[in-house]
Structure formats: structure tokens, C-alpha cells
Design a protein around this ligand. Structure first.
Ligand SMILES: [Zn+2]
Length: 168
């Protein structure tokens, strides 16, 4: 299952509009990072973004990291931390569901959508507090069915790769 071209387009447009407000320079690297995030079904790690065919060997991983950092600082992207070692990035589009269930054994990520009407909670928070553009960040952790049946797979080096130091 992947996102429809229309969905990707509208997510991308949201990203452009949000980044225009923060005077992002529309560099090739920036455009490709934003496109990857718009296309992604699940949050992506910095390594996964750097390894994408549209990025790999064309842009310095440190450049990609700075773009992600700036996107996070301006709330265009949210970062979710897994086991305090690796970060996953996703577009923080209001009204989209950002609730995930993550397997602690293999790192598999699932959307937690049906039966968990958390976007309604966002609206309720807005009504009660007067805040606008409320979104939540919530992750559930557990052991997936596959991992329950199989001996635990060590989390790949990829997933555990440390992020570079923040620079400005
Ligand atoms: Zn698993």
C-alpha cells in the first residue's frame, strides 16, 4: 500500500507552503527531502533518506541532516525517537494521524488508525485550550506477531546509527 499521486501532491504542497513561511531556500536537496517525506508511508530515518536513490551520492549526509533539523525546528517535520538512538522523521501535517505502533524487536512500524480516534482528541484540545493547529505525538511499543514467533532479531546497525552532532 502506498500513497496516491494526489495525496503525495497535496502533502508536498503543504510542505512547500509551510516552508515558504520560514523562508527556506528551495535547493535541490531540500526539494528532494521534502518529496521523499511527502511520498513516505511511514516515518523515515536520516539514513533511509540519505540512502534514497534521489539523494544518495548526490548530497552530503550532513546537508540532509541540516535540512531535517531545520524542518523539525520549524515544526514542518516531527521527529520520533526510537530507543533513544535513532530518529524517524515525518511531515507534521495537521489532521493526519501520527500514531504509531513500533515493534521493539525488529523496529517495524505500523499506523494505529482504526478504532483510535485521536484526531478527535486534537480537535477537543483545540476547543478547550484555544490553541490552533494542535497535533499529538504518541507512540506505542510492543513485540510484533512475527517477533513473538521467532527468536529476537537484533536491531540492524542501520537503525541504531547515531546521528551527527547538531550544527547551525
Ligand atoms: Zn517485530
Amino acid at each position: 500500500m502506498s500513497r496516491s499521486p494526489e495525496a503525495i501532491q497535496s502533502r508536498l504542497e503543504w510542505g512547500w507552503q509551510a516552508s515558504r513561511k520560514h523562508l527556506f531556500r528551495k535547493t535541490n536537496a531540500f526539494e528532494r527531502v521534502l518529496t521523499l517525506l511527502a511520498e513516505a508511508e511511514f516515518p523515515l530515518t536520516w539514513t533511509q533518506i540519505c540512502e534514497a536513490t534521489t539523494i544518495k551520492k548526490q548530497f552530503d549526509p550532513a546537508t540532509i541532516f541540516r535540512i531535517l533539523e531545520k524542518l523539525e525546528r520549524t515544526n514542518i517535520v516531527q521527529r520520533m525517537v526510537f530507543r533513544e538512538r535513532s530518529s524517524y522523521y515525518y511531515l507534521a501535517i495537521p489532521g493526519e494521524r501520527h500514531t504509531y505502533l513500533i515493534c521493539l524487536s525488529c523496529g517495524k512500524i505500523l499506523h494505529l488508525d482504526q478504532g483510535f480516534p485521536l484526531t478527535e482528541v486534537d480537535r477537543e484540545v483545540e476547543e478547550k485550550t484555544g490553541f490552533a493547529d494542535v497535533l499529538h505525538q504518541l507512540q506505542f511499543y510492543g513485540t510484533c506477531q512475527h517477533c513473538q514467533a521467532a527468536p529476537p532479531i537484533p536491531v540492524s546497525q542501520d537503525t541504531l546509527e547515531a546521528l551527527p552532532e547538531a550544527t547551525d
